[in-house]
Design a binder for this molecule. Structure first.
Ligand code: PBG
Length: 315
């Protein structure tokens, strides 16, 4: 076996290749910001005002990164998250600006209410309960408003039952039959999201997300979630988080023949950055982690490390 590992030949036998095209860059566009604001718990990552989003996209495109997923932080929040489906909402404006300036960019939008509601939950709330069917109608409106602004792909992340079929019909009815759906299909209720809640201001006022996000002890259930999303019309299914869920990625890969995205989430990023900062680990682990996610079966990876990896792949 060791003959295969000799310095000059080993590259011939490399089974997994991480390509810059596989990476999706998360962007936080902040309507309340004048300048870029570093996210405390995510060193080196920022919330950006709209004008700086364009320079960020430009920088990424130069590195070969052309896919972006947008999260909006609105000025105003209310009970039903109305800013999420306004035609001139912060995300809708960002999509238009990116598409105008960089027609080749692939723009993905997160379709959820948590950043837009005062209570911070991903759906409408009544008597402390997160409502399913009442939320669906709003998610349809959010997705259509994103498609109208020019989004290529909408990504519902709220884990409401039936969200994919509702969004598919809403898009088709409004003439957006070419807009893809990337569903956060197997999204687990995870502590790995806590830095994101600071990043996107999506922390909740009461309770937790366990009535809609999955129990991390389960894997059969993830397969059921993915199967339903495929039947409802998802073009891409997602597993989230990634690192502690590589077995789920692999099972989805072996069970279905659809494109799979993995979300290398905020907590995974922060953990790595903290260890590097303390000198306990070095930067090489970033590439190793992403290669591992790819090897598990992910076609696409959403990651806050996209720029550093793109630079490494270039050199
Ligand atoms: C919103 C949403 C969350 C993330 C992506 N979309 C937070 C949550 O569900 O609490 C997490 C992303 C990350 O941690 O990087 N529903």
């Amino acid at each position: 076996m060791r003959r295969l590992r000799r310095e000059n030949v080993r590259v011939l036998f490399r089974e997994t290749r991480l390509r810059v095209e596989d990476l999706i860059v998360p962007i936080f566009v902040d309507e309340t910001a004048r300048d870029k604001k570093e996210i405390n718990s995510m060193p080196g990552y920022y919330r950006l005002p709209l004008d700086l989003v364009l320079s960020e996209v430009e920088e990424c495109m130069k590195l070969g990164l052309k896919s972006f997923i947008l999260f909006g932080i609105p000025k105003k929040k209310d009970e039903i998250g109305s800013e999420a489906f306004k035609d001139d909402g912060i995300v809708q404006r960002a999509v238009r600006a990116i598409k105008e300036n960089f027609p080749k960019a692939v723009v993905i939008t997160d379709v959820c209410l948590c950043e837009y509601t005062t209570h911070g939950h991903c759906g409408l709330v009544r008597d402390g309960e997160i409502l399913n069917d009442e939320t669906l109608e709003i998610l349809g409106k959010v997705a259509v408003s994103h498609a109208r602004a020019g989004a290529d792909i909408v990504a519902p992340s709220g884990m409401m039952d039936g969200m994919v079929s509702t969004i598919r019909s809403a898009l088709d009815n409004e003439g957006f039959s070419n807009t893809l759906i990337m569903s956060y299909s197997a999204k687990f209720a995870s502590s790995f999201y806590s830095p994101f809640r600071e990043a996107a201001e999506s922390g909740y006022r009461f309770g937790d997300r366990k009535s809609y996000q999955m129990d991390f002890h389960n894997s059969d259930e993830a397969i059921r979630e993915v199967e339903l999303d495929i039947l409802e019309g998802a073009d891409i299914v997602m597993v989230k988080p990634a690192l502690a869920y590589l077995d789920i990625i692999r099972r989805v890969k072996e069970s279905f023949n659809v494109p799979i995205a993995a979300y290398n989430v905020s907590g995974e990023y922060s953990m790595v950055k903290a260890a590097i900062k303390l000198g306990f680990l070095n930067e090489d682990i970033v590439y190793e982690i992403l290669a591992g996610i790819k090897r598990a079966g992910a076609d696409l990876i959403i990651t806050y490390h996209a720029k550093e990896i793109a630079m490494r792949l270039k050199s």
